[in-house]
Design a binder for this molecule. Structure first.
Ligand code: 2AM
Ligand code: CA
Ligand code: CA
Ligand code: CA
Length: 281
């Protein structure tokens, strides 16, 4: 009756093992990339390491759970419409693994050590396991629905800041230079004088893990995909934080504009972002 276990195989153990294996393999490829291709735009990069990591992940998951479905970034046509459609087509599956084989490909390509492997498992559309692995620091973040979130056996907890002025907040610069980036830059302009400081380190999944671990007070970004967010969202919820979209709607797999905080600054951050979006430059 436990949704976490089939026979003796724990979903979480497979998620952890898979993320760690993929992450360790990725790290061996750092600085050894033969080819960088672009996808939806000139800033939207993909390498053979992204594809290799996804293949490795798919193989490991399928070995353990051949009846489960897998949604991975590199298995989907580029662009926001195709990725939304792919999620929609799969979100009712009983067990759906949602995989980002490298989150932070631009960092990986440049050797900037802030990228991650993100693996989530959803049961009928609800995330029940989330794992984010950072190979550069060998840090593994794990969450199980209703059972808490951990980093190397230690429970993670969101930070305690109650006001933006003492908060460290992260965001991203979306690859969609026309739509999402413009909206996000309004938020950056509005927020930067109000927070302690802003960070833009280039891996949404790892930023979310940092909110869960209390290293960031909050994170928002416009125009993300399910595989950027699913694992990190559960990490934050299980660490006592709050995850919605930037309009304040509760998190679901379909959310693209993510707002994730320690809970205490959520409303203030959401209001500032809403006000910023309503203004022109
Ligand atoms: P990626 O490295 O897996 O592509 C950085 O702002 C975040 O945006 C990263 O999590 C990055 O994930 C994601 N990202 C990069 N290009 C994107 C695109 N074209 N559309 C949506 N998200 C993108
Ligand atoms: Ca990508
Ligand atoms: Ca990503
Ligand atoms: Ca990716």
């Amino acid at each position: 009756a436990e949704p976490f276990v089939i026979g003796s195989k724990s979903f979480t153990a497979v998620a952890i093992n898979t993320a760690a294996k993929a992450g360790q393999w990725i790290k061996t490829k750092l600085g050894d990339i033969n080819r960088i291709d672009t996808k939806f735009s000139s800033q939207d990069l993909v390498t053979e390491v992204d594809k290799g990591s996804e293949k490795l992940i798919r193989n490991l998951i399928m070995t353990h759970f051949p009846n489960h479905s897998i949604l991975g970034e590199e298995g989907v046509e580029p662009g926001p419409e195709a990725s939304a459609k792919a999620l929609q087509a799969m979100s009712d599956e009983e067990y759906l693994w949602i995989v980002d084989p490298i989150d932070g490909t631009t960092n990986f390509v440049h050797g900037f050590p802030f990228y991650s492997v993100s693996i989530a498992l959803a049961h009928k559309g609800e995330v029940i396991v989330g794992v984010v692995y950072d190979p550069s620091r060998d840090e593994l973040f794990v969450a199980e629905k209703g059972k808490g979130a951990y980093m190397h056996g230690k429970k993670t907890e969101v930070s305690t800041e109650e006001k933006l002025e003492v908060s460290l907040v992260a965001t991203g610069f979306p690859a969609d230079r026309q739509g999402a980036l413009v909206v996000n830059l309004k938020g950056v302009q509005a927020l930067s004088p109000k927070v302690r400081n802003l960070r833009v380190a280039g891996s949404a999944a790892l930023h979310l893990a940092y909110v869960a671990a209390g290293r960031l007070s909050g994170f928002w970004e416009i125009g993300l995909n399910s595989w950027d967010i699913a694992a990190g969202a559960l990490l934050i919820q299980e660490s006592g934080g709050q995850v919605t979209d930037t309009a304040g709607k509760p998190y679901s797999l379909a959310v693209r504009n993510i707002l994730a905080t320690n809970g205490k600054i959520h409303e203030e951050l959401q209001q500032e972002l809403a006000a910023a979006e309503a203004t022109g430059f």
